[in-house]
Ligand binder design. Structure first.
Ligand SMILES: *[C@@H]1O[C@H](CO)[C@@H](O)[C@H](O)[C@H]1NC(C)=O
Ligand SMILES: *[C@@H]1O[C@H](CO)[C@@H](O)[C@H](O)[C@H]1NC(C)=O
Ligand SMILES: *[C@@H]1O[C@H](CO)[C@@H](O)[C@H](O)[C@H]1NC(C)=O
Ligand SMILES: *[C@@H]1O[C@H](CO)[C@@H](O)[C@H](O)[C@H]1NC(C)=O
Ligand SMILES: CC(=O)N[C@H]1CO[C@H](CO)[C@@H](O)[C@@H]1O
Length: 671
């Protein structure tokens, strides 16, 4: 009798552990842009021009919809690039409308475009199938995945508030599992805060940085599991990333004087240019590449742990899928702060410490992080725009370097109009932040939304995550106390000391739009769409030629006959400019392995971290170039016979036609 009761209890427990059904889908598309001759975004280092590709960049998309009201759905896109962007977002929204059918159910309100904040990608779309399925949430800690890079500012937060948290960055990864009704796993999507600045600013190979590595490792391993649905996708989303750094060994002076100053990140010479963050594999001195892989591996390992125990996690349950989005003009917006006092935001402006950069990518000249006037930058900033008296007063302690919000030449530089957006499925709530919010700012914002959500959905307890930077990039948002310190993140908090409080006021005030029966909010003032006006300053490819007596794709340097596993195999080819054809969903480089029956089968391509494509211009006038392909065979390669393939596209002189060609190395043995 007792065992029967026990079984009944178990049956009930199992049922209770299953959440409600939703529509789920996941997809992945190649978004690799030009990989050479284009400056990388993020470090503001114009010398950091692409010379090749370490890993293709992807957009990973997750769709969650209401079974009963399929129009209630949202699309969360994780981009392997620095941030979302209005122009790209508009392009995607128009593309979805043009596809029609189910796709037309997506609109500005329910699409979120979130960057992983890689600083090594130049600034897709794919089919997915919506199926019925379940969502579950699990959490875990990433060990040594990040440190706080602006500890001095963090310490300005009230002691009582800091005492609530054991760490100066959020170490928790929150993971959502998308499981089909037949039990197969369609995807995972997780949130964890760490900057994509593992690869240094002297790396010139395109990568998705540490989150790109994490997604690659997870997809590579899990896709072959019998639990995975075909087309399994792993999304590693950014979170409250603002003051986090993957350079977990701390910040050190290149002049040998030890750690940089806590307050200003400067070294003995009083400048910040010699202060660099060190990643976990710093001693390799390989432009951060090994550290990047390691920080990616740590995130992958945590995600794997969470997934393996997620059946004991929290199922997503509850009414409907809801999302809201509206635009808001931050110029002199007055509102009530959480403590009841009056707050105000300002036109966008960047402060002086912005030019100091961060210890993940130090800036230029004499800048320290915190106030330090510099005549040159004063001149440059002043020549562009002298801030109005009202703007100066509004920005408070910030010494304005670039008054971007009051400039409109050649067109509005930085948005004064921000995207305000939240997505919800059951009790799971996603704040979609347009800014890189600091650790403490993220905690405050999540707490406020958690509390507010309880007023519309009393149970179960809401689970709130924050994804960003998303949609239109608005630099940083720190707490008011951190703002007063004016380190890089505070100086980059565009709308003044009350930026975070304004985001909280606007999102908490709109929480009713997430209630099960809510209508959509008014769209708000539209930001300028600068697509038609943006100009490209990268000159086009003129033509490609091989030197006389040579052929395109010809091998100029063959691999050796044999290598012990772990060594790097190298082949050099007569090449052409890879900007001629981005080869989306394709590859510039591949490794083929010979099978027992003599056939060659591809075993590595551009999606692999350990296969590196480098392009070099050798003769500008003649249009000649070479391509080097390196395979780092310490990536788990089997013994066997292999060869390297190169896929190129030549732009013909005179006709301008693009003609594909390929090159094949000699076979070599891996022993
Ligand atoms: C967070 O802090 C706790 C307590 O100090 C520590 O045990 C833990 O290792 C820290 N977590 C990480 C990931 O550093
Ligand atoms: C790349 O930059 C890092 C960090 O600034 C530096 O330690 C390293 O020496 C540089 N490497 C090369 C090859 O320039
Ligand atoms: C936001 O500020 C407005 C204007 O002062 C105020 O009416 C409103 O109550 C505030 N909302 C929240 C959620 O605090
Ligand atoms: C939580 O929300 C209630 C209203 O639902 C509000 O009165 C209270 O001030 C909020 N608390 C915090 C800490 O935000
Ligand atoms: C507790 C913690 O993570 N502290 C680190 C914060 O970041 C600084 C460097 O920015 C480290 O030195 C601390 O160890």
């Amino acid at each position: 009798m007792l065992w029967l009761l026990y079984l009944l209890f178990l049956a009930v427990a199992v049922q209770a552990a299953t959440g409600d059904q939703y529509l789920i889908g996941a997809g992945k598309g190649d978004i690799t842009g030009p990989v050479v001759e284009v400056p990388f975004m993020g470090y503001a280092n114009l010398e950091q021009k692409g010379t090749g590709l370490r890993q293709r960049l992807y957009a990973r998309s997750f769709i969650i919809g209401d079974i009963n009201n399929p129009a209630d759905r949202f699309l969360y896109i994780v981009l392997d690039t620095i941030a979302g962007d209005t122009a790209i977002r508009n392009g995607i929204l128009e593309g979805l409308q043009a596809l029609g059918g189910d796709y037309a159910l997506f609109h500005t309100g329910n699409v979120a475009l979130v960057g992983t904040h890689s600083h090594s990608g130049p600034g897709g779309w794919h089919n997915y199938v919506l199926t019925q399925g379940y969502l579950d949430v699990g959490t875990g800690n990433v060990q040594d995945g990040a440190i706080n890079r602006s500890l001095w500012a963090y310490l300005a937060n009230p002691e009582s508030e800091r005492a609530r948290y054991p760490n100066t960055t959020d170490t928790t990864m929150t993971l959502l599992r998308l499981k089909r009704a037949d039990g197969k796993i369609q995807g995972i999507l997780n949130w964890y805060a760490v900057h994509g600045t593992s690869a240094h600013n002297n790396n010139t190979h395109v990568t998705g940085d540490n989150k790109g590595v994490a997604a690659y490792l997870f997809e590579k391993e899990f896709s072959t599991s019998s639990d995975a649905a075909p087309g399994f996708v792993a999304g590693f989303s950014q979170a409250n990333v603002g003051d986090t750094s993957p350079n977990v060994l701390g910040q050190w002076c290149t002049d040998g004087s030890g750690q940089c100053s806590l307050q200003t990140s400067t070294c003995g010479d009083g400048k910040s240019t010699g202060c660099h963050g060190r990643g976990p594999m710093w001693e390799k001195n390989d432009k951060g590449i090994s550290s990047c892989y390691e920080i990616g591996r740590r995130q992958y390992a945590t995600a794997k742990d969470i997934l393996s125990s997620i059946d004991g996690g929290t199922p997503v349950t509850g009414p409907s899928v809801k999302a809201f989005h509206f635009f808001h003009d931050m110029r002199y917006f007055t509102f009530t702060r959480p403590d009841g006092s009056q707050g105000m935001t300002c036109p966008a402006a960047l402060g002086e410490s912005f030019a100091a950069g961060t210890t993940d990518g130090p800036g230029v000249g004499d800048f320290a992080q915190t106030i330090n006037a510099n005549p040159f930058w004063k001149f440059v900033g002043g020549a562009l725009r002298i801030p109005s008296a009202r703007q100066k007063a509004c920005q408070g302690v910030k010494k304005i370097l670039l008054d971007v919000g009051e400039m409109d030449v050649p067109f509005a530089w930085t948005a004064n109009i921000v995207d305000i957006q939240i997505l919800r499925v059951g009790q799971f709530v996603i704040i979609v932040s347009p800014a890189e919010v600091s650790t403490m700012a993220g905690r405050r914002w999540r707490d406020a939304i958690e509390n507010a959500t309880k007023s519309i959905l009393p149970s179960p307890d809401p689970i709130v995550v924050l994804g960003g930077p998303a949609n239109t990039y608005t630099h940083y948002a720190v707490t008011p106390e951190e703002y007063d310190i004016q380190r890089y993140e505070g100086a980059s908090t565009l709308y003044g000391r009350d930026t975070l409080n304004a985001y909280i006021n606007l999102t908490v005030g709109a929480i009713g739009f997430l209630s099960p029966t809510a209508k959509k909010p008014a769209p708000g003032p539209l930001p300028p769409d600068n697509r038609a006006r943006s100009t490209t300053i990268i000159p086009p490819v003129m033509y490609d030629n091989a030197p006389l007596g040579r052929k395109m794709g010809q091998v100029l340097s063959q691999p050796r006959a044999s290598y012990p596993r772990g060594m790097t195999v190298t082949a050099v080819f007569q090449g052409a400019n890879p900007r001629n054809n981005l080869r989306l969903e394709g590859t510039f480089a591949a490794v083929e392995q010979q099978q027992a029956d003599g056939r060659w089968v591809r075993v590595r391509d551009d999606s692999d971290w350990h296969l590196v494509y480098s392009w070099m211009r050798t003769d500008v006038v003649w249009g000649a170039s070479t391509v080097q392909i390196d395979w780092e065979t310490g990536d788990g390669a089997d013994k066997g016979t292999y060869r390297i393939k190169y896929y190129g596209d030549q732009k013909m002189s005179f006709t301008g036609k693009i003609v594909a060609f390929e090159g094949t190395s000699n076979a070599f043995a891996l022993t």
